[in-house]
Design a binder for this molecule. Structure first.
Ligand code: ARG
Length: 459
């Protein structure tokens, strides 16, 4: 039976009922709804709506229900209740009879759903932070394993300067540090309880909302009842965080797809995260990575959908807001799954050291070193840049790398070039020189790995 039958003489049309009901997705808020209800029952004692004994009976029945949904959440989907709030109330009444009908005194589904969703978000943030940390750990371990794997670094997807595979891993580690801190700051902002805001104007019972908030594990209670029931900032924030996080994962996937291509052949993906072609027997496709890249689209879509849904809503609650949940659930599930999948991809990754090194040596990626060498010999950088540009053209014409030019050939471009140029042009020297904080020098990388590991242990 619906919660609101009194005013109606006709039953809802079946198609409208299906259209309106949210149980098929908001069943995921069952635990939060029950926990919120237990806290609310305690508040009702303080305003003499429930006796201590009545509250105990309600609490016991709600706890039984909690255990039952923790064991089998799918049972909820068998019901034709309108939403999770109706379902919990219905079940409670089945258990304790008329006493169950007292629970909704002074409460509205509007402050209830806002509370449930915030409680759900808090738990989800904790889980997502763990999933981010797991991927970070995998990145650091991979970095440690491949500290000496030199590969080309790119700008414009053109070989630019040599880097190491470890440096690449740590770049993604840093993105995840920011993803995590965004989640932490969202958590701090949403940790404010809307319960006791009523439908929109506040509850008519003199409830200590701060105590109620505390009982629910919130840092504090909201300040304005209109805002409390219509605030979905946390939904938009989490979808933004998820979108930025998926943006990172999508770039990670794209990099590895390129590294894994036949053209680059820098890495080999494990059989555990690839699949074959039904026609071409030789194929091993990077499906896990392509799906991570592809699924980012639906997460960005959920963010736009939420923005569009909320932007025109007058205060306070409107049924449009029921649309907040499916996109949020789907986006956060997707992000979570992609974080785990990215970690699994790294777990079985193999680097083709020699191919990476050869590629790093090609493409004149030590040209900047030659320019710096000329600068050290007193030539202004702009002029040095021009000379090296000419030397690169000369080397291309001779089908040689820069370090393969003879001293006589070098002297055609600048008289100041001497024998000592060869040491400067070695790939090791390219790396070692970049020894300022954040650079690719092996000393910097091992320091960065240690720091990254410590930060994971601390958190
Ligand atoms: N199922 C609703 C939602 O998800 C719960 C709140 C309903 N409130 C109401 N006044 N109809 O938003």
């Amino acid at each position: 039976m619906a919660l609101w039958g009194g005013r109606f003489s006709q039953a809802a049309d079946q198609s409208f009922k299906h259209f309106n009901d949210s149980l098929r997705f908001d069943y995921r808020l069952a635990e939060q709804d029950i926990i919120g209800s237990i806290a609310w029952s305690k508040s009702l004692v303080t305003v003499n709506i429930l006796s201590i004994d009545e509250q105990k009976r309600l609490e016991q029945a709600l706890n039984e229900l909690l255990i039952s949904v923790q064991q089998d959440a799918a049972q909820i989907l068998q019901s034709d209740a309108e939403d999770i709030h109706s379902w919990v109330e219905q079940k409670l009444i089945e258990k304790v009879g008329d006493l169950g009908k007292k629970l909704h005194t002074g409460r509205s589904r509007n402050d209830q759903v806002a509370t449930d969703l915030k409680l759900w978000c808090k738990a989800e943030i904790t889980d997502l932070i763990k999933a981010i940390s797991h991927l970070q750990l995998q990145l650091v371990n991979t970095a440690e394993q491949y500290q000496d794997a030199i590969m080309p670094g790119y700008t414009h997807l053109q070989r630019a300067q040599p880097v190491t595979f470890a440096h690449w891993c740590l770049a993604y580690f840093e993105m995840l540090v920011r993803d995590k801190s965004r989640m932490q700051s969202t958590l701090a902002r949403l940790d404010v309880s809307p319960l006791g805001s009523g439908a929109l104007a506040g509850t008519a019972y003199p409830i200590d909302r701060e105590l109620l908030a505390q009982n629910l594990g919130f840092a504090t209670a909201t300040n304005n009842s209109l805002d409390s029931v219509s605030d979905r900032d946390h939904v938009m924030e989490l979808l933004s965080n998820a979108s930025i996080g998926m943006n990172h994962l999508s770039r990670f996937a794209e990099d590895l797809i390129i590294f894994n291509s036949g053209e680059a052949n820098f890495v080999e993906l494990s059989d555990r995260v690839t699949s074959g072609s039904s026609l071409m027997p030789q194929k091993k496709n990077p499906d896990a990575l392509e799906l991570i890249r592809g699924k980012s689209g639906r997460v960005f879509g959920a963010l736009s959908a939420a923005m569009m849904t909320f932007k025109g809503l007058p205060l306070a609650y409107n049924k449009d807001m029921q649309e907040d949940k499916e996109g949020l659930f789907d986006a956060l599930d997707t992000w979570h799954e992609c974080l785990a999948m990215a970690a699994l991809v790294l777990d079985g990754l193999n680097i083709n050291h020699q191919v990476c090194l050869n590629a790093a040596k090609q493409g004149y990626s030590n040209a900047t070193e030659l320019a710096d060498y000329l600068v050290a010999k007193g030539i202004p950088f702009r002029e040095a840049h021009h000379i090296v540009g000419e030397a690169v053209v000369g080397a291309i014409a001779k089908k040689k790398a820069l370090e393969e030019l003879t001293i006589d050939e070098f002297k055609l471009f600048s008289q100041v070039i001497e024998q000592d140029v060869y040491a400067i042009l070695s790939i090791e020297s390219c790396l070692n020189k970049r020894n300022a904080k954040g650079g690719v020098a092996p000393i910097q990388i091992s320091t960065a790995i240690k720091k990254a590991k410590n930060s994971l242990n601390d958190s």
